[in-house]
Each structure stands twice: as C-alpha cells, then as structure tokens.
Design a protein around this ligand. Sequence first.
Ligand code: PEP
Ligand code: MG
Length: 312
Amino acid sequence: GAAAQQATWDGTGRTADGHRVPLLANVGDAAGAAQAADRAAEGVGLFRTELAFLSAAEEPSEQRQREVYDGVLSAFAGRPVTARTLDAGADKPLPFLTLEGEPNPALGVRGLRIARVPGNGADVLERQLAGLAAAAKETGAELKVMAPMVATAEEARFFVQRCRAHGITSAGVMIEIPAAVLTAREIMAEVDFVSVGTNDLAQYLFAADRQSGPVAALNDPWQPALLRLVRLLGEASAETGVPVGVCGEAAADPLLATVLVGLGVASLSMGSGSLAAVGAALAGVTLEQCRDCAAAACAAPDPAAARAAARG
Ligand code: PEP
Ligand code: MG
C-alpha cells in the first residue's frame, strides 16, 4: 500500500508502474510561481488571479494586470499554466466586482456568474482574457484558462466562446458545484478540461460553510460522498476523453492523492510545499493499487474509515 512510499520527488509525477500524473502548483502571484518552479512543479494547475487584486478598490489597469500575469507565466515558459478568471465573491470579495448586500454571498453572484448579470462583470472578463492571452504570447507559457463556479453546460459554453474569441485554445471550467458533477458529460462536451475545486465542492455538497469551524468535519475531503462525486467525474472523463484534474486541498494529502488518481484524476495541483510528499507517495504505488484504495475509500462509511481503508 501507500505505506511503501520511499521514492523522492524528481519533478515528474508518476506511479510506481509509470502512469503519468502531472503534479502542478497552486499559486497567487509571481513570487509564489517562482517558488513553485524552484520546487519542480510541472506547471501551474491553479493561478488564483483574484488573490493579486484583493486590495484593489478599482479594476486593475491593463498594465497592472499584465505585470501580474507576465510575472506568473514567465516562471513557467514552455510549461502549462492554468489561470482561473477572477473568483470574486463569497470569501474573496473584490470591491470593483462584488455585488453589495447579498444575503448569502456564497450562494450569490460569485465567480463566472458576475460576467452574466447586468453590470461591468462581462467587460472585466473580456479585459482579463485579453491580458492573459497577451501574457501567454509574451512569456511562452502554455496558457490554459478556466472559470470558477460553473453550474451548467450553458455557462461552460459561454465561457469557452469568450476564451476562443481571444485566441485561447485551451479553455475549461472548475467543478465545484454538485450540479456540474451530475451534468459532467454535457459540460465536458463544451470544454477542453475540467478541474475539481474540492474545497467548494465539499461546501456545496454538504451545505457546510468552508470557513466555519463547527462544521469542519463535514468539509473533510475524505468524506465518502465527496469521493463518490469525484468517481463520477472520473467515469465521465474516461468516456469523453476530457481530462479531470483536482486543484482543491484534497490534492495536497499524499494518501488522498493516490485515491484521486485511482478515481481517474489525471493531474493534481496543490500548494508547492506539498509536491515532494505527494510525488513520493504516488511513486510508491501502482495504478492498480490506487484503484483498489479508491474503491475501498468510496465504500467506507465515514472519513476516518475511508482513510483507514486507503491505507490498506
Ligand atoms: C476550491 O474551491 O477547491 C478551489 C480550488 O478554489 P478556491 O479554494 O480558490 O475557492
Ligand atoms: Mg473554489
């Protein structure tokens, strides 16, 4: 089982029997990207663009956006960088985008939804896509762009169309709403890839605020119900050929990473401090062992039992 892990991280994610699983980094700015490159990340799986602008009272200028995008992308020239368009709202309000006075911001106009309601959100999205596309040309990074908080295939289609209009050839969406899991095939028909945000997916699956201590146990990424949603995505991915990655905190847990791979996840993105441990864990197990761990964890009655079952 995973306890046999010993191999060290050499910058190429793979299982003991050679099944490739790129290990990517979650970053928020140029300094984080540089650190991720030092730590041998194979690319960036989640560039949280909103983090660079949390303190901005107004939409950052084109020039300011380019500084930030060029700074992150230049650390990964020739390698994949998945930028997420602004995920404003809920726990990350941006003064220039977020609607005021929503009774329940986590269930309100956040993420891609901001580009679909009257106001300046659609224009902000256009300017951001233009800036990202220009940064890719300038730096030579292999740009992928994805939208946060997508619930329907129609939203995915809208987003991909906007990306294509800017010459962005790889466009995807985050899967962080249970409805998007249940319509994964329709969504996959629209996009080049999907990436699971397990933090929000758990929050919306269990109706448990991810920032609330008293309900933290419901947001445990080992919850079998959450794992079963990832399993559905793995099955849809195998059928459609559209790759599914994970970029939520779940990917940073070495044992859980092996379970995710067993569920059909093709790439893992995490805080760069976790790359070495996750890389070593994967290198210590075969794909078949990952699948066995995954089946056992999904069948478990609760998170503790899922962990124990995966340990084998
Ligand atoms: C997630 O929801 O799992 C995710 C990766 O996005 P964020 O944590 O930025 O909401
Ligand atoms: Mg999220």
